[in-house]
Design a protein around this ligand. Sequence first.
Ligand SMILES: [Zn+2]
Ligand SMILES: [Zn+2]
Length: 60
Amino acid sequence: MAERFVCSVCDLTEDRCLCEKYCGLCQGLHNVRLCNDGLYYCLDCREACDLQAQEAESHG
Ligand SMILES: [Zn+2]
Ligand SMILES: [Zn+2]
């Protein structure tokens, strides 16, 4: 079962969160995903900081 990260602002999961999603590091808007600290990060920052994004619910 995938771990469910929740937004640090609204305490909802990524698919329910209605907050404005921008990168917590660079404020970028491109490809931001919720990570395990409850903040959103863009792809570049996730790779740079080795952050784990919420896994997509693809199967099951
Ligand atoms: Zn939120
Ligand atoms: Zn960023």
